[in-house]
Design a protein around this ligand. Structure first.
Ligand code: GAL
Length: 434
């Protein structure tokens, strides 16, 4: 039974986000107070464990300390971008009925895994208590809702279909950084020019980053409707449009530096930051890594939609849950209050590279965000929203894990397009049965 659709109603998000100003008041409701039966420790699982992501989490912890000084934040972050390790550990801990007090989960299909297993609580009451019902776009809340119950609180919205490019490397190859290739073929031709100039055309990291690249190539070749059809049975995973996309994917992977295939996103992005590689496709948490290296947007680097996906916003959102059996329910609620408050959303998202999930920030509050994020907010307001596979918006964990395995085998092995397509089709089968 498919209950949280990957795309349903999401277009309305943009309108609501654009309609900022006014609305519910954010901020600490009561400054904490009641400690739960678990005492003051609040264990929080995320995968924001290193580099620029850790800085985002730290900004949020500072707000938590101010708003809820009675509670003590216990950082249970698990290293591994995209939650690659955290989700495995969580699955084991939840199955063993040993949950943290709250944990990170992606909005959309991924949340249904925890809901179906009855591992997370309905937090609808908190939306009333913290006045969140009108603070978030309805279509985002819809992605957290099953059978009228809301199961998590969102902290941010990220975009995944972004090419990050080093301007100096592009210029060395005779390319104009202000001109974006119109489609995948034009982009691949540009990569060939970078290669001819003696630089690395593109870097790609570990499996989930390969899957993220693949989803953007699917978007480019299938268009938003065709891509969305992959999740409701309208587009065949074993059909000719997907074969065309996989042929493009193969060409790009053939041009990629293979030495990062076991590395996380930050090491794989580093050559683009330092100027030995031209391109990397990554979510917009990458902007925080460029900021950390003091690189300037539209000077040292440019960012643009993966060619062929202009007008599409590859959506994902992080949210936090209240697990069944949390030892410190009041502490977990205090964390959910902080991440949903205006203060929390501004402190976190200005550092993390994401845009706020709240749609009621004033012009003044929005002006605190950097130039890239201003562009991202604009795109979010105008573009067609499509859902990320690699980051759980479109597919349950089991499906994205199986797809991860399929692309990793393809990248490490013989680049067998037919084999990859067959494995993707098999990985997608559980969605067809729902
Ligand atoms: C995503 C998550 C982002 C970012 C990224 C890289 O799954 O939603 O917030 O952390 O992984 O680790």
């Amino acid at each position: 039974m498919k209950r949280i659709g990957p795309v349903a109603g999401i277009a309305a998000l943009s309108l609501l986000l654009a309609a900022c100003g006014g609305g519910a008041k954010g901020g600490a409701k009561d400054g904490g107070g009641d400690k739960g039966s678990g005492g003051s420790d609040v264990s929080v699982v995320s995968w924001w464990e290193a580099g620029s992501e850790k800085k985002g989490l730290e900004a949020l912890i500072d707000v938590f300390k101010q708003q809820h000084s009675d509670f003590k934040f216990v950082n249970a972050a698990v290293a591994g971008g995209g939650g690659s390790q955290a989700k495995q550990k969580l699955a084991a801990d939840l199955a063993a009925k040993n949950p943290p007090d709250t944990f990170q989960a992606h909005a959309g299909a991924e949340l249904t895994d925890y809901i179906d297993a009855m591992q997370i609580e309905d937090v609808s009451e908190l939306y009333k208590e913290y006045k969140l019902t009108d603070a978030f776009p309805k279509s985002l809340i819809d992605r957290l809702t099953v059978d009228g119950k809301i199961y998590s609180v969102p902290s941010n919205v990220h975009r995944a279909n972004v090419v990050w490019a080093n301007t100096a490397v592009l210029k060395e190859a005779g390319l104009d950084p202000t001109q974006q290739p119109a489609d995948l073929d034009a982009w691949i031709a540009d990569m060939e020019k970078v290669k001819a100039a003696g630089k690395t055309p593109i870097t790609v990291g570990m499996a989930w980053t390969q899957l993220q690249l693949l989803e953007t190539v699917l978007m480019a070749d299938l268009g938003a409707d065709g891509y969305n059809g992959l999740f409701d049975g309208k587009t065949a995973w074993d059909g000719p449009e997907v074969t065309k996309a996989l042929d493009h994917f193969k060409k790009i992977m053939d041009l990629a530096d293979k030495s990062y295939l076991n590395e996380d996103w930050e090491p794989a992005m580093n050559p683009v930051i330092t100027g030995t590689a031209a391109y990397n496709v990554m979510g917009d948490w990458a902007v925080a890594a460029f900021d950390g290296a003091q690189k300037k947007y539209n000077e040292d680097y440019v960012a643009f939609p993966v060619p062929g996906t202009k007008g599409m916003f590859d959506f994902l959102a992080d949210s936090f849950t209240l697990p069944v059996g949390s030892k410190n329910v009041e502490g977990a609620k205090a964390w959910l209050q902080t991440i949903s408050s205006k203060e929390g959303q501004i402190a976190f998202n200005t550092v993390k590279g994401s845009i706020p999930a709240r749609s009621d920030l004033s012009e003044d509050e929005l002006s605190k965000f950097g130039e890239y994020q201003q562009d991202a907010m604009k795109s979010f307001g105008e573009d067609t929203i499509v859902s990320s596979i690699a980051h759980g918006a479109a597919t349950p964990v089991a499906v994205s894990n199986a797809m991860n395995d399929a692309v990793a085998k393809f990248a490490q092995g013989g680049s067998d397009v037919a084999g990859l397509q067959a494995e993707l089709a098999k990985a997608a089968e559980p969605m067809a049965k729902k």
